[in-house]
Design a protein around this ligand. Sequence first.
Ligand SMILES: *Cc1c(COP(=O)(O)O)cnc(C)c1O
Length: 230
Amino acid sequence: MPLETNRQHVLAQIRTAEATAHRVSGSVQLIAVSKTFPANDIRTLYQHGQHDFGENYIQEWHDKTQTLADCPEIQWHIIGHVQSNKSRPVAEHAHWLHTLDRTKLAQRLSEQRPDNLPDLQVLIEINIANEAAKHGIAPEELLPLARTIGALPKLNLRGLMCVAQADADETKLRRQFSQMQDLLAELQTVAPQADTLSMGMSSDMAIAIECGATIVRVGSAIFGKRDYAK
Ligand SMILES: *Cc1c(COP(=O)(O)O)cnc(C)c1O
């Protein structure tokens, strides 16, 4: 299926979910998750007006930024775990980081963000189902980390991100996404500018939108099945 047809289908699903949830049309932003897919696929969608792309793997993404240097309006969202020794390309080339989960990484990004660039927009990743294999902080750690980030220059704390439990039924998903909405309200007590909830993927975006997602991260529903499990 042509990529743009897939993207239009996803956009229609987003608009339907917004209407079902009595939310303003256009209040949910689509990030096209292009990990494992070639730069040319990104270019195709860019030419149709998609500007926000999500990538997980720093080397792969960095290579794509070079290839796509002639697409100046791309907004790169890093949505995978970032090791501290990989912080520099993120600080120098990303627009958003969805997976901030510790002080050390925040400090490095703040120091490495070039002065001539706008602040890096950051989200704190929450391990919402307390899964051992997942990254992200526990809800109790939110306010201390938020205060630390708030004191650092060149970072703008915009909200929260989660990956819901993969095998959860609808009831559980709803509980996890609703808890994220409560945590955003808690975050706003120390970071009033925080306005973003990044949650919902190809399989669960409608429920996430019902529960207040402002960004959905959609990969396979646009690009197709990934070759390898990543
Ligand atoms: C891969 C990935 C996505 C997209 O997942 P799909 O199921 O392909 O839509 C979203 N968020 C994160 C963090 C991812 O790693």
